[in-house]
Each structure stands twice: as C-alpha cells, then as structure tokens.
Design a protein. Sequence first.
Length: 118
Amino acid sequence: KLTVIHGIPVMPILVMHYKLPVFGFRIGDFTYITDANFISEEEKEKIKGSKVLVLNALRREPHISHFTLNEAIRLVEELKPDVAYFTHISHQLGLHEQVQQELPTNIQLAYDGLKIEI
C-alpha cells in the first residue's frame, strides 16, 4: 500500500528471497531491493519509472536466493532506470574495477560510503 511520509510517496515492493517473501521499497523515484532472486510482473510495474534502482547482484554463478550478475543486468535492462547500483555483492563476483568495466554505462557497482542524492 502506498504511504506518503512528509510528502514523499513510499511503496513496498514484495520480492522473493528464495521461498521467503521480503520487501524492497520505492521512495519517490528511488527503488531499493536487496536479498532477492525473484520479482513478479505485478511488482515490477511498481519499479518501472524509477530514476535510481539499487539491486543485489551477489555473484556470477547461480545462487538459491540472490540474483546473479547477469540476472541483475537483465532486470535493469527490462526496468530501465536512469541509473542502477548493484549491492549485496560477494568477493566471488570479482575485483571491483574489472567488473565495473564489464557493465553498461548506466550500471555501477555500489561501494562502502556511497551516497546517492534522491
């Protein structure tokens, strides 16, 4: 259910962490989803139009409860935010600088201390 807090719309987004339902949130034009490996079509509609999307991309190999790098890239391509930041990444993904070079220009790897203006 959409809630407005201090004039800012906040929308919970139901996603799956394997068999466990968890929530991400859309706050205005900013959407934050971590610990997920599935988003239904209905919930994707809530994300579309976001300017900034933060999404988990744990590693390259399949994982039971998290998106892989390629799954996360495909999701960004489908949802079309202006920019996406991948978080909840593991050392198994590879070195930050090398992985960043493989990503489309609108996708960045998040890092400790990153600040996003929303």
